[in-house]
Design a protein around this ligand. Structure first.
Ligand SMILES: [Zn+2]
Length: 464
């Protein structure tokens, strides 16, 4: 080869941070659909995985075994998690004058306190905001506070989720006996949708439950006619002791050139207990695992280390996120990018990135091979609860945006089961995720750091 031809060849190589054949190979492998088989194994053989439960323990062992079978080095990192257990739960509308009693579909929120044995009965006060509870003051004392909202589609979740997260504590502060939260759901077959609720340390936990949308509307109509009394029986409670030992599962493929630079890809291994956690977050676990399988099958390792973390208890305390963050600080880990898969099993619609100046353009170049999947559009955004502490270290975040129009039909309910997952959509989301993970780990340059978040860290223990 002449020197000129050699230089020209080098220039072509330099212009291609990652070889296009890698993209074809990785997406093609993901589209074979192994992610769907992984998900079926997790949901059918392990099932529900509430943190602290035998199901969560089984999931940790399942994941370790899966990585061992693939020949990928794996370890567990211990985490203490909230050990909340569900008990008996039922409610009824007590017969108003001239009416008949009616059963109500309820399920306790995570971290709810139990009712007294035999339950409690109290008049219902309906509110639509945290401010309204505070304004009602003593009128709330001894009552059951019903939190109504008007969530209609997936985009309404963020706005209404605060009622579930902070409503029961706001009611407790005014002396309420209990709280009912209209389910955060976009479809309802009279199923209650659970989720965690937060009682700040030192505040009185009260019984708190999600109510099926139909029953929230029934109570709303009855309240228009006059006073309404509900009997509530909730057995859900923190176990004794309230924390249980558990673990994050961490596996990695060591980088060939810069092993100390880590691209972390995560999903949460725990799930709510009502269904089998197929879309939340079994799908994310399957995407992460299949990404590791595919990366390990490549003819050479990526330049940087690709690390998978299956976080414990994203749903009911997020201790896994904090523990991973603290362990990384102690180890001096240099994360160069973080990806989290926790948006269900829908097809990919694009890539979201949170990074410094020039980050979107850099990711746009990486995402070009995803055009055929309709996933090459890059916008600002992304992240997730489990990787969120890394924002304080400036670590750039990248997410695969997914189709979520039906996600909140099933989310956190008994209907979150494997049959809801379309294998082709999950395979496509996995292809987009796997390719972006590889591209981040194997590109010449790292993404620019994201600016420090304006809000203070949400966790209490460590500061970055
Ligand atoms: Zn989730």
């Amino acid at each position: 080869m002449s020197p000129a031809a050699a230089i020209a060849a080098l220039c072509v190589l330099a212009a291609q941070p990652v070889a296009p054949s890698d993209a074809a190979r990785i997406t093609g492998e993901a589209l074979r659909g192994e992610s769907h088989r992984i998900l079926s194994d997790l949901t059918d053989r392990v099932g529900a995985r509430l943190a602290g439960s035998p199901g969560a323990d089984a999931a940790v062992l399942w994941a370790v075994e899966w990585f061992r079978t693939q020949g990928i080095p794996v370890r567990v990192e211990p985490v203490l998690v909230n050990h909340w257990v569900r008990g008996e739960e039922r409610a009824e509308l007590i017969a108003p004058k001239g009416g008949r009693p009616q059963p109500l579909a309820v399920t306790a929120l995570g971290m709810s306190a139990p009712t007294p044995p035999g339950g409690l009965a109290a008049e219902v006060v309906e509110v639509r905001s945290l401010e309204e509870v505070a304004a009602l003051g003593v009128k709330v004392k001894g009552r059951i506070v019903l939190f109504q909202h008007d969530m209609k589609d997936a985009s309404g979740y963020g706005k209404s989720a605060g009622l579930r997260m902070r409503g029961p504590a706001a009611a407790s502060r005014q002396g309420a006996a209990a709280a009912l939260v209209r389910s955060l759901s976009t479809a309802s077959f009279r199923l209650p949708h659970t989720g965690t609720t937060f009682f700040p340390p030192g505040e009185r936990a009260i019984p708190a439950a999600a109510l099926a949308v139909e029953d929230a509307e029934l109570l709303h109509r009855m309240l228009a006619r006059g006073p309404v009394t509900v009997r509530l029986v909730l057995g859900g409670r923190l176990a004794d002791p309230p924390l249980a030992p558990s673990a994050n599962v961490v596996a990695e493929i060591r980088g060939a050139e810069k092993p100390d630079e880590v691209v972390v890809i995560g999903a949460h291994l725990d799930s709510w207990d009502l269904g089998t956690g197929a879309i939340d977050d079994g799908a994310g676990v399957a995407m992460v695992l299949d990404t590791m399988r595919i990366a390990a099958s490549m003819p050479r390792p990526p330049r940087r280390t690709l690390r998978a973390v299956l976080f414990m208890n994203e749903e009911n305390g997020a201790e896994g996120a904090v523990a991973y963050h603290e362990a990384s600080l102690a180890a001096g880990t240099r994360h160069v990018a973080a990806m989290e898969a926790d948006s269900g099993a829908g097809r990919p619609t694009g890539i979201e990135v949170t990074a410094g100046q020039g980050g979107v353009a850099a990711v746009r170049a990486m995402a070009a091979p995803l055009a055929a999947l309709g996933a090459s559009e890059v916008v600002v955004g992304g992240g997730g609860v489990d990787i969120s502490p890394l924002a304080y270290a400036g670590v750039p975040f990248l997410s695969v945006a997914q189709e979520t129009s039906r996600y909140f039909d099933w989310h956190h309910s008994a209907a979150d089961t494997f049959d809801k997952v379309d294998p082709r959509a999950l395979a496509e989301a996995t292809a987009a995720f796997a390719w972006m993970a590889w591209a981040l780990a194997d590109s010449q340059a790292v993404l620019p750091s994201q600016p420090a978040p304006k809000q203070p860290p949400w966790w209490n223990r460590a500061s970055p």
